[in-house]
Design a protein around this ligand. Structure first.
Ligand SMILES: [Zn+2]
Ligand SMILES: [Zn+2]
Length: 367
């Protein structure tokens, strides 16, 4: 019998109409019984950063890193240009796509570790990440990115014409906001395990160089909903904000990224008569945007060496790649050039392979 797909309850449609109704919080962690799959996922070193030193320079202050001393494989986000790409891929559209993806990538920080974390990775004898920190308030950092932005402003949605903002603050207020935005952020489950952790999470945007001060940057605080697939290490958090300027900026960058994702996909992938990608054009270029060690945003470039399809559904895949990563990269978006081009990035970075420390791996997601 085929194993159940733990993503069945995930609801990944990009075009879901958002009702803006967050009164019934949907706290769901999907964890299946399929031990073979989870064991594979557990055979790695997860890359949440727990020894984060706030606001230091990755390239001058972090020489002590054991994994990537000197961090030469990381390009500061604001220095990334078309010439940063490998010679075969020096295409302005790819460069602009990565710049747009960088605009929607966030630094994630959490000051709480849920007591609901399991002691062991499901189906394995490997300790679950940060299980030793359960109930503690020690800072942990990682990365994530915007998956969807919906702006509600009194009348742009028939159902919400007369509705007020559904956030906790507005529910208690006599004068609730009539303009608000709902923003979904993707990250890794081992970064944000459940609602208790989501509520203590902050996403900072535009931390693009170490001259920025985190306190002055736009941010989202306290997810109102967390939906996790523990086996796949994929997490979607939902935030409500009154900062319409931030929401509009992120929405514009998200649209630009999606447009370029499709355009670049059409340029680099050809299909046969059945619509299947032609194997010869299976480009391996794999780029990650993240905040290694909680430092300012970096872009790292490599190739994937393996694409594993899940036995419950071959549309669900996991990538193994040479792209450099460090602690703090967990949850950052993994861009693979040859993936199905109409679907945006949805693989979060997961960790470092145990059996080959030169390779890193993603969580499980579609295509
Ligand atoms: Zn490092
Ligand atoms: Zn509100």
């Amino acid at each position: 019998m085929a194993a159940a797909n733990p993503y069945d309850a995930w609801g990944v449609s990009e075009d879901n109409e958002d009702t803006g109704d967050y009164e019934d919080v949907d706290q769901s962690n999907s964890s299946s019984e399929n031990t073979a799959r989870t064991f594979q996922q557990a055979r790695g070193i997860f890359e949440a950063e727990v020894n984060c030193v706030e606001e230091v320079n990755l390239h001058t202050d972090m020489d002590s890193c054991e994994k990537n001393p000197g961090h030469r494989g990381f390009i500061p986000a604001d220095e990334f240009t078309v010439n940063s790409l490998p010679p075969h891929y020096r295409d302005n559209d790819i460069a602009k796509l990565i710049q747009a993806l960088a605009q929607i990538t966030a630094r994630i920080s959490i000051k709480y570790t849920s007591s609901n974390r399991p002691d062991f990775y499901p189906g394995s004898d490997k300790p679950y990440p940060n299980a030793d920190m359960k109930g503690k308030t020690r800072l942990r950092t990682g990365s994530g990115w915007v998956w969807r932005v919906n702006i509600f402003s009194g009348g742009n949605n028939r159902r919400n014409k007369t509705k007020a903002c559904p956030c906790q603050e507005c529910k208690k207020s006599r004068n609730p906001e009539r303009q608000w935005a709902v923003i979904d952020i993707y990250t890794a489950t081992h970064m944000v395990y459940d609602e208790a952790e989501g509520a203590k999470t902050t996403c900072h945007f535009f931390y693009d160089n170490n001259r920025n001060s985190l306190a002055e940057l736009p941010s989202l605080h306290g997810a109102v909903r967390v939906h996790n697939v523990v086996d796949g290490d994929a997490c979607r958090m939902t935030y409500i904000t009154h900062d319409i300027q931030l929401a509009s900026k992120l929405q514009n960058s998200w649209r630009e990224y999606k447009t370029l994702h499709t355009a670049v996909g059409e340029k680099y992938n050809t299909t046969d008569n059945d619509g299947q990608a032609v194997a010869e054009n299976d480009h391996k270029l794999t780029i990650i945007v993240s905040h290694p060690h909680g430092c300012s945003k970096q872009i790292s470039i490599g190739e994937f060496v393996q694409r594993d399809e899940m036995d419950y559904n071959d549309a669900y895949t996991k990538y193994t790649y040479t792209t450099p990563t460090c602690p703090g990269c967990s949850g950052g978006p993994v861009y693979v050039l040859s993936r199905w081009w109409w679907w945006g990035c949805d693989h979060p970075h997961g960790g470092q392979c145990e059996e080959n420390e030169n390779l890193n791996y993603s969580g499980i997601a579609m295509y």
